[in-house]
Ligand binder design. Structure first.
Ligand SMILES: CCCCC/C=C/C(=O)SCCNC(=O)CCNC(=O)[C@H](O)C(C)(C)COP(=O)(O)OP(=O)(O)OC[C@H]1O[C@@H](n2cnc3c(N)ncnc32)[C@H](O)[C@@H]1OP(=O)(O)O
Length: 308
């Protein structure tokens, strides 16, 4: 139902010629193909956009660029998470798409993580539904058979870091104002077991334990030192580096790479799938505790004061 609504709401991008570039191909309005339209045709770009996500798929390379666009900080609310999962699923089943570059359309911010307002002052049903959407986003992204590259062009705490960690490769902009990490303990909350699993898989047990206990946020160069990201590049080279790395990964036969990826990731994915309902129940009973609600409210107040 949500999927159908979202697909119906995809914007048809206007071509300069007056035709439209729909997600399913180019339609000429006036029967005459201009040179601009021909250029667009030769690069075969399909684009679609929802409220908080935009996707451009270059059919020649088979690479889609998916941008988060929820200013001011790309916090992950229910709607963004749902759009994300639906768009990724659409690309997953699209034979023309082999890789996705995940990045942000908001300057200086990749994603501020889960929208804290979704976890404060709401009822248990809401929390359950929200958590299912968070799980779904992760299952789709971590379980994707496509090559996924995070082009981290801004700060990426908590859930933003989880998204980046779920990709196959991470490139971050060299700007010491940007930070990345799973900082949940700084909010007075505990990162769920699957957040813990994935950071452990990426940076190893010792570094993950220290990082999680202290809720550490790293500068790009420190993140590189512990293996939380794979490359630090100049701010204006993030997208081009992501495209170059993607092209390299796509030289490998999909079948062999996909099976290898699935072999590596299956145990963690299975663990959440098996315990999915229990994880939701745990989240709801944890988040509805008075002490946790207080911690989150205090954190939000601190953020608001800082912004003034
Ligand atoms: C069992 C429970 C487990 C749950 C696991 C939880 C995972 C999570 O992801 S929890 C979220 C953790 N996120 C953070 O700690 C990040 C908090 N935000 C920041 O550190 C900063 O906002 C920033 C570095 C991302 C950006 O800084 P800046 O550009 O200076 O922007 P502001 O701080 O002024 O923020 C602007 C605006 O946005 C609101 N906001 C920021 N983050 C969130 C968020 N995660 N959720 C909701 N709203 C957020 C902030 O309050 C400001 O609002 P206004 O004051 O109304 O403008």
């Amino acid at each position: 139902m949500i999927a159908t609504l979202l697909i119906q709401h995809e914007k048809l991008e206007q071509l300069p010629s007056g035709g439209t570039l729909s997600p399913y191909g180019v339609h000429q309005k006036h029967g005459q193909i201009t040179s601009q339209a021909l250029q667009l045709l030769s690069s075969q770009r399909r684009q679609f956009s929802n409220t908080y996500i935009s996707v451009k798929l270059d059919e020649t390379s088979g690479v889609a660029v998916m941008k988060l666009k929820r200013p001011p900080v790309n916090s992950l609310n229910m709607e963004l998470l749902t759009e994300f999962a639906i768009n990724l699923e659409k690309l997953e089943i699209d034979r023309g798409c082999r890789g996705v570059i995940l990045t942000s359309a908001v300057p200086r911010i990749f994603s501020a993580g889960l929208d804290i307002t979704e976890m404060c002052g709401k009822n248990a049903d809401h929390y359950g539904e929200f958590w299912r959407a968070v799980q779904e986003m992760w299952l789709k992204l971590y379980g994707s058979s496509m090559v996924t590259i995070a082009a981290i062009n801004g700060s990426s705490p908590a859930g933003g870091c989880l998204m980046a960690l779920s990709c196959d490769y991470r490139i971050i902009a060299n700007n010491k104002k940007y930070t990345i990490g799973l900082n949940e303990t700084q909010l007075g909350i505990v990162a769920p077991f699957w957040f813990k699993d994935i950071i452990t898989e990426v940076i190893g047990h010792r570094a993950a334990e220290r990082s999680l206990q202290l809720g550490m946020l790293y500068s790009p160069t420190d993140a590189l030192k512990i293996g939380l990201v794979d490359e630090v590049v100049a701010e204006d080279k993030v997208q081009s580096t992501a495209s170059a790395v993607m092209a390299q990964w796509l030289t490998l036969p999909d079948h062999a790479r996909q099976i290898t990826k699935s072999m590596m990731r299956k145990p963690s994915l299975d663990r959440l799938v098996t315990h999915r309902e229990a994880d939701i129940t745990n989240f709801v009973s944890y988040i509805t505790r008075d002490s946790i609600q207080k911690s989150l409210q205090m954190y939000m107040e601190m953020l608001k004061k800082k912004g003034r």
